[in-house]
Ligand binder design. Structure first.
Ligand SMILES: [Zn+2]
Length: 377
């Protein structure tokens, strides 16, 4: 059916649907559309179903913006004239504009699934959406929401900050890959890329709010430890996801990572060369879960010395063994202690630096030596 522009706008078709991308048109496209309306050129039909726009969002937005006087149209058939906002049009021009017929193709009632499928087919056919956009279009609404919410984290944008060229959806893409790696069925030879294409279409068994919270936490820590100057632009995604997933798998140790952030940062800078050299060869094999998890393990290996041993206190038996091994003497000043209850075993390598609570890492220190030691750390 044909509809006049004024009626089309009145009709207020819903176009902010989940699968639609954000406004991607440039001013040039808007100009061209308004010019086509004013000068009587063909305008592709707008496709709707159940009162929702499947194809034509960009065109409707452009018309709305023009009618709200948000930009000027430049008459392409007469370039000598000045640009005109809608309010600058003569009465005659306004009438012509308002009454221009636009073809509307109403596909009638369709299930959500069918709508989505149609949307994807239209877009795949005309190659309008990029791969990441299609991935988002196919996602379950709650998963799309999850990725969108995480992508608004300021620190991930600081970390990514101009490091990836691929303009739209770059952060969403990165988050989706991390989600995929963390949730991939860990079968040998599994390809992360193809899993990434599916992850957003499946329901997460864990509470989605927890995933979001944990992602944000890890991103914030990552930024605190690495700042925005650590991960290089080259192979940014690969290095980012390796570090992110390693951190994500070891969140219980973050307090000690933060305490040792300078050391960790230094070691990760050194590790990057190794993570990169694994990339030689490239391709699917490089993206297999085996390869990806090897890179993650390398980062985890860097973190290992900083992991907190969850057991902080020595048992009485361990305390007694150390008491006897050290012959009741402070290991620093050799002062002899009278009573086992006057001391608590000291961690030779501090607990906060990953020192374990085991007899071989325990020693006697008198109160004053103990205090001096902790002041030095
Ligand atoms: Zn002492």
């Amino acid at each position: 059916m044909e509809m006049k522009i004024k009626d089309l706008i009145q009709k207020k078709y819903k176009y902010e649907t989940k699968y639609q991308r954000n406004v991607a048109w440039k001013k040039k496209n808007w100009d061209l559309l308004i010019d086509s309306i004013m000068n009587g050129y063909h305008i592709p039909p707008i496709i709707v179903t159940n009162g929702e726009v499947i194809d034509g969002k960009q065109r409707i937005v452009a018309i709305e913006k023009y009618m709200n006087n948000e930009y000027e149209w430049h008459d392409l058939s007469n370039l000598t004239t000045k640009g005109k906002k809608y309010s600058d049009l003569s009465t005659q021009e306004k009438i012509a504009f308002d009454n221009r017929d636009i073809l509307i193709t109403d596909l009638g009632d369709m299930t959500n699934e069918k709508v989505l499928e149609t949307f994807i087919r239209i877009n795949e056919g005309s190659i309008k959406l990029n791969k990441a956009e299609l991935m988002m279009a196919k996602a379950l609404p709650e998963n799309r929401e999850l990725v969108k919410n995480i992508s608004h984290n300021r620190n991930i944008n600081e970390l990514v900050n101009n490091k990836i060229n691929d303009s739209r959806f770059k952060v969403e893409n990165l988050i989706t890959r991390c989600l995929a790696i963390l949730h991939i069925e860990k079968t040998k030879g599994k390809d992360v890329r193809s899993f990434t294409n599916k992850i957003l279409q499946q329901e997460f068994t864990n509470d989605i709010a927890n995933i979001q919270e944990k992602f944000n936490l890890v991103i914030d820590w990552m930024f605190e430890i690495l700042g925005n100057d650590t991960i290089p632009t080259k192979s940014f995604n690969t290095i980012f996801e390796s570090i992110f997933c390693a951190f994500y798998n070891n969140t219980e140790n973050f307090k000690s990572y933060i305490e040792s952030k300078n050391e960790i940062k230094k070691e990760i800078v050194i590790l990057q060369a190794e993570l990169l050299s694994d990339q030689m060869g490239g391709g699917i094999k490089f993206d297999s879960y085996d390869f990806v998890s090897k890179r993650i393990e390398k980062v985890e290996y860097v973190l290992l010395p900083y992991n907190l041993d969850s057991k902080r206190n020595f048992s009485y038996d361990e305390k007694l063994t150390i008491w006897n091994n050290d012959k009741h003497e402070c290991k620093i000043c050799n002062k002899v202690l009278n009573d086992i209850n006057d001391y608590e075993p000291d961690h030779i390598k501090p607990h906060s630096k990953g020192g374990k609570t085991i007899i071989s890492n325990g020693q006697i220190l008198c109160i004053s030596c103990n205090r001096r030691k902790s002041n030095n750390y």
